[in-house]
Design a protein around this ligand. Structure first.
Ligand SMILES: [Mg+2]
Length: 475
């Protein structure tokens, strides 16, 4: 294998006895006594690497056999609750939100044995399992556990993507020299999560993210499944296409209409015809059927660069038809979107409003803005303009606000004195809320909500990230 040495934009980090070097997008792991990597002699000693810390000098070589790991916590919210309250261990429990009209967010494995599922309402869940114990979710516990799990994962690779609050991808390329093969890393991760948090997880290891996610789903709870490149074709041949992440019930039905039920059939279907039928995602579907996925593990800063949109949505405590009521929820969502975008230095040139009716019919409407913004009032203004222009056909169940067409790192130009003042006000508001907790200072219109329901109350969806910007359209 030819060694490709580069001497550019690199940083070397001393990591105890080992040196962890990050070069471009590829990590190399070195031990202090390493003279060779995979039998290949190094053109410098690790001491040189240490000495050159932050001096743009380290080694870069092509990675063989990239290994992507997907970690999925088992019944995360329920397991955390059982961990925190020993009286709940071994019992069927269901974690629910604090709002009156809530659904099961996570059921413990004991409850799942009775058929209790995520998304059931309380009545359905109780009918399935009369002895079911409902526990109101506590986001702080889940965020804390998720943060600690991510810290453990980052000890094994610098490339960790928090895919949701209870799932993460880890790029293990180049870590074998330090921690051994993927299976060994998986065992160490499982042991540390069990020891430090008392939780179990399922781990999948595969050549790419698509297959790693599939692998972690194949054995639950506490599973470990490794998919090797040579096994991919046989595995996918008869696997239902709906098992692949990103192929939901709707797409499954459309594919079935074309006579495509398995991944094998999907992979063999002419890519051109899929493109014609499904547009842009057609190409991707074809690759998915073949088990091909080249999306990188989007670790922290890469993720911020690649953020396509920033959004929040909420299921309303009760269906709402009154536009004034709807606007109060829109202000709350706009403030959440604005604050998160400002924290990441992002701004969007388009506001997208998502509306779901009580019959679950869902649609989005967009409005372009004269310039990219992260100003709560402008986002709210656009969302209101959209809602004012709509003739609502049914009561609204869910609302979502997001900004898209992002301009990263954009400090909005303050054209007028008023803009500058508002920018300063927003910065002060954000800094107080970040120090003392979300919603400590808020908009007067929202105050009557505060008494009934806190600003960020209600159990967060598992798709929510503990921190960072979510790539909403990375389906
Ligand atoms: Mg999970």
């Amino acid at each position: 294998m030819p060694l490709e040495s580069t001497w550019r934009n690199c940083a070397a980090l001393a990591n105890g006895k080992s040196k962890r070097a990050l070069c471009g997008s590829r990590p190399c792991w070195l031990r202090a006594d390493d003279r060779r990597i995979w039998g290949i002699p190094l053109p410098f000693s690790p001491q040189t690497a240490a000495a050159c810390c932050f001096q743009r000098l380290i080694y870069h070589f092509p990675m063989k056999d990239p290994s992507i790991m997907h970690i999925d916590m088992n019944a995360f919210f329920a397991s955390v609750e059982q961990r925190c309250n020993p009286a709940l261990r071994g019992l069927p429990i269901a974690v629910i939100g604090s709002a009156g009209r809530t659904v099961v967010t996570t059921a413990s494995y004991e409850a799942r044995a009775f058929g209790v599922k995520t998304g059931m309402n309380k009545r359905e869940a109780r009918a399935a399992c009369p002895g079911l114990i409902f526990v109101i979710g506590d986001n702080r516990k889940y965020i804390d556990a998720s943060t600690r799990i991510n810290a453990i994962l980052k000890g094994f690779s610098p490339k960790v993507e928090a895919f949701s609050i209870d799932e993460a991808f880890v790029d293990l390329s180049g870590t074998a020299g330090l921690f051994g093969p993927g299976a060994v890393v998986a065992a160490s991760i499982k042991e540390r999560i069990r020891e430090e948090l008392g939780l179990t997880c399922s781990i999948g290891i595969a050549p790419n993210k698509l297959l790693a996610k599939l692998a972690s789903d194949m054995q639950k709870p506490d599973g470990l499944v490794i998919i090797r490149q040579e096994d991919v074709a046989a595995l996918l041949e008869n696997l239902p296409a709906s098992e692949l992440c990103g192929i939901g019930p709707m797409l499954t039905r459309h594919l079935a209409g074309l006579g495509i039920n398995t991944c094998g059939q999907l992979g063999r279907y002419p890519a051109g015809a899929l493109r014609e039928r499904f547009g842009m995602i057609g190409e991707r579907l074809s690759l998915m059927g073949k088990g091909i996925d080249d999306s990188p593990v989007a670790f922290a800063h890469a993720l911020d660069d690649a953020a396509k949109s920033v959004g929040h949505s909420t299921t309303l405590p009760a269906d709402v038809s009154d536009k004034a009521d709807i606007k109060r929820h829109l202000l709350k969502l706009s403030e959440m979107v604005g604050a998160r975008s400002r924290r990441h230095g992002l701004a969007g040139a388009k506001v997208v409003l998502t509306v779901r009716y009580s019959d679950f019919y869902t649609f989005t409407r967009r409005k372009a803005l004269p310039r990219p913004t992260n100003d709560t009032r402008e986002i709210y203004g656009a969302a209101c303009a959209i809602i004012d222009g709509l003739r609502l056909k049914a009561p609204v169940r869910l609302l979502g606000v997001s900004i898209t067409d992002m301009a990263a790192g954009m400090a909005q130009l303050a054209l007028f004195e008023g803009d500058m003042k508002r920018g300063r006000l927003m910065a002060a508001l954000d800094s107080i809320n970040m120090t003392f907790g979300s919603g400590r200072i808020t908009w007067a219109t929202l105050l009557e909500d505060e008494a009934a329901d806190g600003f960020h109350k209600g159990v967060i969806a598992p798709s929510w990230r503990p921190s960072g910007v979510r790539m909403v359209d990375c389906k």
